[in-house]
Design a protein around this ligand. Structure first.
Ligand code: ZN
Length: 304
C-alpha cells in the first residue's frame, strides 16, 4: 500500500500544483480576459483529471496491488502530460499573437482614519511575459489588453494623449502619465465591484515612475499592499500617490523636494501587485496625522 499512497500523493500534488497555477491564474484570469481556449483547456483537464481519479480510488479500494499501481501511474502520467502540453501550446500561441495580460488590481483604500489594512498576497494571475507589448515614446498609449475604465476612446495600442500631457487641478499642474516605457492598463472607476482609485500604467520594459508635479514627499514607505509607495504634497490640498515601485531612487525620502518629471524609482511589483505596474492616484483633502494619505479623497486624473 505504501507505493500506492506515494503514487496517489504524487498524483494529488500533480493536480494541486497546476490547479493553483492554472485555476488561480488562467482560469481565474478569465475575467481578466484569458483566452477562451485556455479556459476551455483548463476546464477540460480538470474534468478529465477527476474522471481519472475516481476509478483509481475505486480500484485502490477494491483491489490494491498491481492494478491500482498501474492505474495511478497512468492517471499521473496523463495529468502531467496534458498539463505540460497545454503549457507548451499556450506558450506557442502567446508568442504568435499578442495575447491579453490580466488587469492589475489594487485593494480599495479605506476611507476611515485608520491606515489601510494589509492586502492579502496577490492571487491574481501572473501575466505571460510576452503578452502585453508596451510602446514607448508614443504618448499615453493604451496597453494591448482589456482595459477597465478606459479613460478616453482609442484602440488597443493607440495613443490617447501626449507623453508629457499635463492637467491642472486646483492650480497644481500634474503629468497625466507619470511614468516612462509604460502603457495605460486600467483607468479610474469601479472594477469588479470595487472602486479603483487610480490609474495603472503597466510596464515590462524597465520604465520609471516620475513625480507628476512639483512638491514635497510626505510618505516614502514600504507596505504589504502598496509596496514601495511614495506620496507627494503638491500644495493647495493636492497630493499624488505612486505604488509598487521596485525601489526608491536615491534621495526619495520623506521631506525631500521633487520637481515634475523627477524619477522616483523604477516601476515594479512590490506589495500586492500581480504585475509590474505603477498604480497612480491623485488625491485631495486634509492630510491628517493619523490616517495620513489614506484620509484623502481620490479623484480621476483624467476627469480633472
Ligand atoms: Zn491600480
Amino acid at each position: 500500500m505504501k507505493f500506492l499512497l506515494r503514487l496517489l500523493r504524487r498524483l494529488l500534488v500533480m493536480l494541486i500544483v497546476p490547479a493553483i497555477f492554472l485555476a488561480a491564474g488562467w482560469y481565474g484570469g478569465s475575467k481578466y480576459g484569458a483566452p477562451p481556449a485556455v479556459v476551455g483547456a483548463v476546464d477540460n483537464v480538470f474534468a478529465k483529471g477527476r474522471a481519472i481519479l475516481t476509478p483509481i480510488l475505486g480500484e485502490a479500494a477494491r483491489k490494491g496491488g498491481e492494478a491500482a499501481k498501474t492505474a495511478a501511474q497512468q492517471g499521473s502520467d496523463y495529468v502531467v502530460g496534458t498539463v505540460e502540453q497545454m503549457i507548451k501550446d499556450y506558450k506557442e500561441r502567446s508568442e504568435e499573437e499578442p495575447g491579453e495580460a490580466p488587469e492589475t488590481q489594487e485593494g480599495e483604500t479605506p476611507d476611515t482614519d485608520e491606515p489601510a489594512p494589509a492586502e492579502p498576497p496577490a492571487t491574481e494571475p501572473e501575466p505571460q511575459p510576452s503578452a502585453a507589448p508596451v510602446q514607448t515614446g508614443d504618448g499615453i498609449v493604451l496597453c494591448k489588453m482589456r482595459i477597465s475604465n478606459q479613460p478616453r476612446q482609442g484602440a488597443p495600442g493607440s495613443s490617447i494623449g501626449a507623453a508629457d500631457e499635463t492637467t491642472t487641478y486646483k492650480g497644481v499642474t500634474l503629468l497625466l502619465m507619470p511614468a516612462t516605457k509604460a502603457c495605460l492598463s486600467s483607468g479610474y472607476g469601479y472594477r469588479n465591484g470595487k472602486l479603483h482609485k487610480g490609474v495603472d500604467y503597466f510596464s515590462d520594459r524597465g520604465g520609471d515612475v516620475l513625480a507628476a508635479g512639483d512638491g514635497t514627499i510626505v510618505e516614502a514607505v514600504s507596505r504589504s499592499d502598496y509596496g514601495n509607495m511614495v506620496v507627494i504634497d503638491h500644495g493647495n490640498g493636492v497630493y499624488t500617490r505612486y505604488a509598487h515601485l521596485a525601489r526608491f531612487a536615491s534621495g526619495v525620502k520623506k521631506g525631500a523636494a521633487v520637481t515634475m518629471g523627477q524619477t522616483l524609482g523604477p516601476i515594479g511589483k512590490s506589495g500586492a501587485a500581480p504585475v509590474v505596474h505603477l498604480h497612480y492616484e491623485v488625491l485631495t483633502g486634509g492630510y491628517g496625522t493619523r490616517a495620513k494619505s489614506f484620509g484623502l479623497e481620490a479623484v480621476d486624473p483624467f476627469g480633472l
